[in-house]
Structures are given as structure tokens and as C-alpha cells.
Design a binder for this molecule. Structure first.
Ligand code: BGC
Length: 729
């Protein structure tokens, strides 16, 4: 422990010695829906928290789930984690974090309940839009700078939901059964990275169970792994309503109980805990330890202590935040198909545009569950296109298909009953408006005709559809992977009439596209925040060259996924991750399953050539001068061979040639995004540690990197290998 930490620990001990048991218990449970208990007598403030990943959520009343309703809590609506991840740009991840942290502090929050870094294991998970990727390397590489960016503002990030929280179906009770190797190699990697490399100050326990014990009191996850192995000394906070016992949870490493009911004194960590301590069922030292963890974070973010007066004030709704949101949105857009070079559209030649589809004119910010945002503004694609094109271009709009109106009325709040069971089948979810195929056939007949009419003689046709927060939603999983609202029907009709229709799909997850062969052009757009419409217009018209890459695979059909094949997703009682580490691209590659679009895929308006691969496997060798402290350095040259400037994501995958346990053909181990002018070449270096090449040895209970040969693949996507070589470790 260094001198500064020693001083802090001494101070914390002093404070704890002055607190009464009642005061300590007060500090470790909620005293409002988004705040912990304070101790005014000693000047200890409450910890003010707020969701969430897409910006700072609106202000709620302390003890009911209705917004206060003043206008001072409009905020920047920032790109979702799924959008940040498809940029594959670590600097933008940092900037996103910086923006979110600054907004949080600007709204006087101490802890922002973000980012969500669970693995996108199955395309149907309702919260996938809040998560980054199917791959732990993408998550780790992007979440670390994001968390650092947040915390530079004297605000705690709170990574969630720890751990193996990968479905919404019966989210309050489902038992998740995952073997040790899969847990370590896949599901814990991102959390380990943010704790160890970003110094994340807070972790939120999941709602689900892991091996029979709730995550919020799980001794393996919280005590053994998080505290003992990773030495985490920040706050472990429960998900809202995720605590189910007093003694068991007190004995776990959980520090702070939060929930959704206003009976704060009756929380497990309130009066029942006080009684348990008095009866000798729980040792007071356990409470002390929890209080210390909270005080340590308070010191760190300057809520208390000598540096209190130097705490950063933050700021919200600044022009810089809008610029940051726009940059991320621009780089998050993934161009999946562009046959016949339909894109970019030519601004000068196009005088008449047909824009079709409900998502062209939908604002998504106030939806999705706890990720909802009261956006200062949100530029949807239709207004974005009109703002971009100006008055000399005629833009006609048709909704194209029927979307039922909002189901939630002003006297209801989804969160008040969010811990009650019964919401686990989407169709029973009272706050959603879902449709069954053909249900609105009559309405659609009219809407289809209107759409085809405007498409007929337009110079360009842009369809903007996909999912919305009736489907990308907390608390329920999608029942299938199909596009809702009979969109497939109108897309087919449009493509028959206008094969040059530009299809833009907004979604937080993959969808099935039965019409894919007919489409020339396809753009995938994750929830990209307040400037999404601006970004879409700039990409479609070529002001911005698309550079997003998928951070998940898009299978053709749900049946192609391993979780569907083994029927291990969306069950209520328990789910067993029978596929182990072979899911996503690790599975498709192993089994030779063809996918619609592979992990890491994304097109550009230019082309790139890769050459001159060199791998140095000992940093005492050729790369000594670079200051690289990892053990393997991959060097190559990328040339922009087209005639416009563009950005490329160079992806390095590695596979062990003679593994001693079954391993994926290759796994992502590092990546770099570079920008190249037309004709320009650049040298790219990616550093990989030998450690990261290892597998989790279940007999030794640790990661092991075998000596031997490994193949290094330099790729433009998981199935587009541009260069490869062997390295001996
Ligand atoms: C969600 C969390 C969120 C919390 C507070 C829960 O329903 O699972 O992600 O941070 O509510 O709103």
C-alpha cells in the first residue's frame, strides 16, 4: 500500500470508529430509489446514483417511480454501448465515457450505473442493445477506456450486471449454470479488465442466480473472484431488488442494497440487518467492511476528505457532448451490403427522395427500460436527412407499416413492478405493444400502398426499419429473431419495385432478413443517440465514409445459433451454457455454419490492402525500441487502395496449433482502428500479451499459455483473413 492509500485507510478507520451501528446500517441500504443513506452528524453524504448507459436518466421522486417532471433534467442522449462497440475505436470509447461522466457529475451524481458489459450470448436477449459484443476482447478493449473516461470526472462508474446475466426471461430467478472454463474465458473477462485495468470503483450484482445462489450474495462471484482474486476494494451494489436475504447477503461481499419499493427501513440491509447484528447472527465487522468500501469510493471521487473542494463540477448538454455523440454515431454505422455501389447517394443528382419506415421518424431515447433518457433532443433519420439536404430536395415520407402506439399510460411505471415475476414472456409484458404477424394486415394494406406509391418515381428510396424499444427492452426477451410489424412484407414489395432501395435497420441485436439476397444495400444502425439521424444522412450521402464493424455475428436464422440448437436460452428455471466457449463466431467457425454477416464485418466506400506482416514474439527483440511491454507485437502495413479517405479496423486473431484442450480455430486478441487518406499506407502495430493466448486450465484453476506454435491471423473480419503467420511461444 502506498503512502496516500495508507492515509486514506487511516482516515476511513477513524470515521468508522465514530459511527454507531445504526448509522453504519443506514449507509449500506437505499434511502431513496437512487440514493444511499447519509450520516449528517459526521458530514457523510448520500451516494447519488443514476442510470445509465445512454446518458443520465431523468430525476425521479425519492419514493415513487414518477419523474419529478421539471425541465432541468433534459440531457445529452448518448450512443448505446452496442453502438459504441461497433466503432471499434478505443479513443471514442474513452470520449464516450468522458462525456457520460461529465454529464453525470453535471447532474450532481456520484455513481453512474453504466456501462453494461454482459456478453451478447443470444440474439434474443432484450438488453443486448445495452451490451457491447459477443466477444470478451472487444468488451475489454472498449470498456476499459470508457470506464476511465467516466471516472476522470470524480464520478464512479458501475459496471453491470455481474455476472452471467445474459437473458431477461425470469431475470429475477433464473439459475445460470456455467462451467469454470467458460466463465473465466468468456463471461468474466470484461469485468476482470475493468476492475484491474480501469480501476472501476463500483460493480453491480446481477438479478439472476449463478450455480444456485443469487448473484447479489454469491460467494464464488463476489467473495472468491471479485474480492479475493481481483482485489476489488470498491462498492458492490445490488441490482434494484436483487437482494433476497439478510444474513446470507451480509456474509457475502455485497456492500449496498438498492431496490424498487419505498419501504427503505424494511430492506434486508436495514432493520432486519440491525436485528441480526444485535442477535449475534451477523458480525459487526462485516458491516464495517461494507461501510469502508463505500467511504473509500467517496474519498476517491472527492465526496469527502481533504480534496472535497477540488471535486470536478461536470457539465451537461454542452456543445462538446453533442459533437462527441455525433462522432460516435458516425463511426458506429455498419455498412453490410453495397452492391452496384448504390451508396453513397449523390446529393447533386438526387432531387426527390422517398423515405419509408416507422424508424425513420421514431425517437428511441425514452424507451428500453432503465436505459431510457429524457433527451434534450434526438435527431431521427427523417429529420436528419431533411436537415442535411435542405429545401431543394423533395423528401416524401411514408410510415410503411403499422406500429401500435405506446402502451404505458401516465399512471403506470414499469419499474415499480419490475421485480415482480410474470413479465418473463414478452407477450405478457403489460407495457409493450407487440404485434403478431398479419395482425394489422388491413392497416398495412393501406400503408404498403402509400409507401410503394412514393417509391415508384423517387430518385432514391430509403427504408428505415428494424426493432424499437418494444423489442429491445429490459425485462423481456424477443420471442424470435424476426423483424416485427410485418416489415418483411413491405421490404419484399419495395425491393421488387425498387431493387436499389437502401435498407437501414436500427436494432440492438441481429434480425433475420429473408429478403437479403434481393437487397443491394444494407446499413445496420445500433441505437446511436441524439445525433443518429445526422450521422445516417452523412453516411448515406458520403460525407462520412462508414467504418463501423459488427461486434457480433448476424446469423441467417435463429435456428443457426447454438443457443437455439441446444435449447439453452430463455428457459425459466435454469439455463445451462452447454455450448461452453463455442458460441457466436467461435461456434460458427468450428461447425462451419454459414452466417449472413460475420463478427467483425463492415464495408467502406474504399478498399484496403494488407501487407508486410511481421511478428515479434519477444520484446527484448525487434520491438524493444517501441516501448511495448507485452510479449508479442504484430506489425503490418495497410494501404487505402480506393479513392476516398477511410478508416479500417485491423483485427488480430490467434489460434493455438496443437492445443491440449479443445480450442476455437481462432479468437480475437487485439485490434486497431486507423484512418487513411486515399492512396495512403500506414504501419499498424498491435500488441498482445502471451498471457492473453492462454486457456483456463480447470485442473490448475488458472490460465495457462502452452509453449508451442500459434497462428496469427490478420483479418478484416472474423472470416476475412488477409495475412497470417506462425509465432512460437
Ligand atoms: C436494472 C439496472 C438498473 C436499475 C436501476 C434495474 O432494473 O436491471 O440495470 O441500473 O434497475 O434503475
Amino acid at each position: 500500500m502506498n503512502e496516500k492509500s495508507q492515509v486514506i485507510e487511516t482516515k476511513i478507520d477513524e470515521i468508522v470508529s465514530e459511527l454507531t451501528l445504526e448509522e453504519k446500517v443506514r449507509m449500506i441500504h437505499a434511502d431513496g430509489f437512487f440514493k444511499s443513506g447519509d450520516v449528517k452528524r459526521l458530514g457523510i453524504p448520500a451516494v447519488y446514483t443514476s442510470d445509465g448507459p445512454c446518458g443520465v436518466r431523468c430525476e425521479f421522486n425519492n419514493d415513487n417511480w414518477f419523474p419529478i417532471g421539471t425541465d432541468d433534467d433534459f440531457v445529452s442522449y448518448l450512443p448505446s454501448n452496442s453502438a459504441i462497440a461497433t466503432t471499434w475505436n478505443k479513443e471514442l470509447a474513452y470520449e464516450s465515457g468522458k462525456t457520460l461522466g461529465e454529464e453525470a457529475r453535471g447532474r450532481s451524481k456520484d455513481m453512474i450505473l453504466a456501462p453494461g458489459i454482459n456478453i451478447k450470448r443470444d440474439p434474443r436477449c432484450g438488453r443486448n442493445f445495452e451490451y457491447m459484443s459477443e466477444d470478451p476482447c472487444v468488451i475489454s478493449e472498449m470498456a476499459v477506456p470508457l470506464v476511465k473516461g467516466i471516472q476522470e470526472n470524480d464520478v464512479s462508474a458501475c459496471v453491470k450486471h455481474f455476472a452471467v446475466n445474459n437473458q431477461e426471461t425470469n431475470r429475477m430467478g433464473v439459475d445460470t449454470l456455467v462451467d469454470d472454463r467458460t466463465l473465466r474465458e468468456i463471461y468474466l473477462k470484461g469485468f476482470e479488465a475493468v476492475v484491474k485495468k480501469a480501476g472501476c470503483l463500483s460493480v453491480m450484482g446481477g438479478y439472476n442466480k449463478f450455480r444456485g445462489e443469487f448473484c447479489c450474495e454469491n460467494k464464488i462471484l463476489l467473495n472468491k473472484i471479485l474480492r479475493d482474486e481481483w482485489q476489488f476494494d470498491g462498492i458492490i451494489v445490488s441490482d434494484w431488488g436483487g437482494v433476497h436475504s439478510t444474513v446470507g447477503t451480509a456474509e457475502s461481499e455485497l456492500d449496498l442494497e438498492m431496490s424498487v419499493t419505498p419501504d427503505f427501513d424494511n430492506y434486508f440491509f436495514a432493520n432486519p440487518l440491525l436485528e441480526a447484528v444485535k442477535k449475534g447472527e451477523v458480525k459487526e465487522e462485516l458491516i464495517d467492511k461494507k461501510v469502508k468500501n463505500i467511504l473509500r469510493v467517496m474519498m476517491n471521487i472527492k465526496m469527502i476528505g481533504e480534496e472535497k473542494d477540488n471535486r470536478k463540477p461536470g457539465a451537461y448538454n454542452t456543445p462538446e457532448h453533442r459533437t462527441a455523440a455525433l462522432k460516435v454515431a458516425e463511426e458506429s454505422i455498419v455498412l453490410l451490403k453495397n452492391e452496384n455501389n448504390v451508396l453513397p447517394l449523390n446529393k447533386k443528382e438526387i432531387k426527390k427522395i422517398a423515405v419509408i419506415g416507422a424508424n425513420a421518424d421514431t425517437r428511441h431515447s425514452f424507451g428500453g427500460g432503465s436505459a431510457e433518457i429524457k433527451a434534450l433532443y434526438e435527431i431521427a433519420p427523417l429529420i436528419g436527412l431533411k436537415m442535411y439536404l435542405g429545401g431543394n430536395t423533395e423528401v416524401k415520407y411514408a410510415k410503411g407499416y403499422h406500429v401500435p402506439g405506446k402502451a404505458l399510460n401516465a399512471t403506470e411505471s414499469w419499474q415499480a413492478s419490475s421485480t415482480e415475476t410474470g413479465n418473463d414472456d414478452m407477450l405478457d409484458y403489460p407495457y409493450l405493444k407487440l404485434t403478431k404477424p398479419g395482425q394489422f394486415a388491413k392497416e398495412n394494406e393501406v400503408l404498403f400502398a402509400e409507401a410503394l406509391e412514393i417509391a415508384k418515381d423517387a430518385d432514391a428510396v430509403i427504408f428505415v426499419g428494424g426493432l424499437d424499444h418494444n423489442y429491445d427492452i429490459e425485462g423481456a426477451d424477443r420471442r424470435d429473431m424476426a423483424l416485427p410489424y410485418d416489415q418483411d412484407l413491405i421490404i419484399e414489395k419495395l425491393l421488387d419495385l425498387r431493387p436499389d432501395t437502401v435498407i437501414v435497420l436500427n436494432a440492438g441485436s441481429p434480425v433475420e432478413m429473408p429478403w437479403l439476397n434481393k437487397a443491394n444495400t444494407l446499413v445496420y444502425n445500433y441505437y446511436a443517440g441524439m445525433e443518429n439521424g445526422t450521422a445516417i444522412a452523412k453516411v448515406l450521402f458520403g460525407d462520412v465514409n462508414p467504418s463501423g464493424k459488427l461486434s457480433e455475428s448476424i446469423p441467417y436464422r435463429y435456428e443457426d445459433t447454438v443457443t437455439c440448437k441446444n435449447q439453452e436460452f430463455g428457459r425459466k428455471e435454469y439455463v445451462e451454457y452447454k455450448e461452453g466457449i463455442f458460441y457466436g463466431y467461435r461456434y460458427y467457425e468450428k461447425e462451419g455454419v454459414d452466417v449472413a454477416f460475420p463478427f467483425g464485418y463492415g464495408k467502406s466506400y474504399t478498399t484496403f490492402e494488407y501487407s508486410d506482416l511481421k511478428v515479434c514474439n519477444s520484446c527484448s527483440g525487434a520491438c524493444k525500441d517501441t516501448g511495448c511491454d507485452s510479449n508479442i507485437e504484430v506489425t503490418l502495413t495497410v494501404k487505402n487502395t480506393g479513392d476516398v479517405e477511410g478508416k479500417e479496423v485491423v483485427q488480430i486473431y490467434v489460434g493455438e496449433n496443437n492445443p491440449t484442450v479443445e480450442r476455437p480455430v481462432k479468437e480475437l486478441k487485439g485490434f486497431e482502428k486507423i484512418s487513411l487518406k486515399a492512396g495512403e499506407s500506414k504501419e499498424v502495430k498491435v500488441q498482445i500479451s502471451k498471457e492473453s493466448l492462454g486457456f483456463y486450465d480447470v485442473d490448475l484453476n488458472s490460465f495457462v499459455t502452452n509453449n508451442g506454435d500459434y497462428t496469427v491471423y490478420v483479418c478484416a473480419s472474423s472470416n476475412d483473413v488477409r495475412l497470417k503467420t506462425t509465432v512460437t511461444v
